[in-house]
Design a protein around this ligand. Sequence first.
Ligand SMILES: Cc1cc2nc3c(=O)[nH]c(=O)nc-3n(C[C@H](O)[C@H](O)[C@H](O)COP(=O)(O)OP(=O)(O)OC[C@H]3O[C@@H](n4cnc5c(N)ncnc54)[C@H](O)[C@@H]3O)c2cc1C
Length: 402
Amino acid sequence: MTQQHIVVVGAGPVGVIASLACAQRGFKVTLCEAESGVDESPRAATTHCSTLEMIANVGLIDRFVSEGLVARYFQFWDQGKRERVAQFDHDILKDETAYPFVVQTEQHKLAYMGIDALRAMPDVSVRFDTRVLDISQTDTQVTVNVQGPDGVETLHADYVVGADGARSTLRKALGIEFEGITWPEKFIVLTVLDDFEQMMGCCYRNYLADPDAWTNLFKISGDDGKGRWRAVFPSGADETDEMALSDEAAHRRLQHVCPTDKAYDLVHRNIYRVHQRVAATFRQGRVFLAGDSAHVNNPIGGLGLNSGIHDAMELATMFAEVRDGADTAVFDRYNRRRRDLNIEFVQQQTVANKKRLEEKDPEKRAAALDQIRQTAEDPVRAKQFLMRSSLIDSVRKAQAIV
Ligand SMILES: Cc1cc2nc3c(=O)[nH]c(=O)nc-3n(C[C@H](O)[C@H](O)[C@H](O)COP(=O)(O)OP(=O)(O)OC[C@H]3O[C@@H](n4cnc5c(N)ncnc54)[C@H](O)[C@@H]3O)c2cc1C
C-alpha cells in the first residue's frame, strides 16, 4: 500500500503534536509553518492529567515534566479578603489516571520537543517560512499551495490538518463560520520574578475572585528553569492597551493581589483579546480543523490548548483507522467527538469559571465561593469536579461516541 501523506498547517503545539502522532502511525507528514520559528510569547502552560496521558503516548512525557513544574493542587481565593476559599488536590484522581497532577510547561517548550522528535523520524518534513496560501480538494486528494523560501509550491495530500490558529487561513478559505462571541474586556498578562508562594502562601495555580479585578495567578519554570509567576487580569472598561500596559497600572494590579513595600520585578507584559468561538464544522471533506483554528475560549481553567491536543490525537487515530480499513464514515465522528465535546466541556466550563471569578452581586458571589468551598471539602464532589476540569470525563465520553 502506498504511504498516505498528511499536510499539517501550523507548528503551534497542536500542529506539532498532530504531526508527531501521525508520523508515529506510519504516515508521511509535511508540517508547514508560516513563521521562521516557534512562537515563544507567553501563552498556555497548564496541562491536565488527560493531556499528560496523550503526551506520554507520543513519548514526550519525561522531557515535558522535567522542563515544567508539577502542580498537585489548585486554589480559589477571595481576593478582597485575601483569604483562601478552597483547595483541590489532584491526588484524589490517582485511581483514574497515571498523572494525578497538572504540569505547568510553557507551550513553546512542547512545540520544540515535538519538533526535535519529528526531525529524528523518516518521511517527515518540517518546513518553517512556509505559508499555506490556499486549498482545494477532490474526493481523493487535497491540494495546497504554499509560499516557501523558494517561491510558490503545490503540495498534494491525502488529508490536511488545519492547526493554523485562531485566525486560520484554512477555516476562512473553506468558508467555515467561527461562531460565538468576543468578550468586551481584554486580558492582561504580567510576568514577574517575585515569588507569590512565599509572599501569600498560595500554590502554583490560583484563581482569585474579585468583582472588579479577578486574577489568575500561576507559576511556570521559565526558559532558565528558575521560576516566574504569571498574573492574568481583565482590562478596565475604558482602559486603552497603552494604559493597561503602563508601569502604573501593572504595579497597581500586582499590589492589589499582594501588597508589598518593594516594586514588583516585572519581566513581561502583554494584552490580548479573548473569544468564545467554535467553528461551525471541524471537517470539510479531507480537511480537518484542530486547536485554535477550530475553537477558542478564555484561558480560565487552562482548557483551550488541552482540548486542541485532544483534537490532534483523535485525528491521528482516525486517519490510521481509515487507512487500516475502517469506513470513512468515522470522519463524521470527529465533529461529534471534538466539536460537541468542546462546547460541552471547554466552552461551558471556561464561561462558568469566568463568571464565578467576576460575580459582582455580593450575595451571589458569596454563594458561588461557598459552593466551591463545599465542593473541595467533600471528597466525592471534589473528585467529580476534578474529573470534569481535567477533561478526563470528556475523554471517556468521547470514547463512547461512535
Ligand atoms: C496572547 C495569548 C495568551 C494566551 N494565554 C493562554 C493561557 O494563559 N492559557 C491558555 O490555556 N491558553 C492561552 N492562550 C491560548 C493558547 O495559546 C492556544 O490555545 C494555543 O496556542 C493553541 O495552539 P494551536 O497550535 O492550535 O495554535 P497556535 O499556537 O496559534 O499556532 C498556530 C500556528 O499556525 C501558524 N500559521 C498561521 N497561519 C498559517 C498559514 N497560513 N500557513 C502556515 N502556518 C500558519 C502560526 O504562525 C502559528 O505558529 C493564549 C493565546 C494568546 C494569543
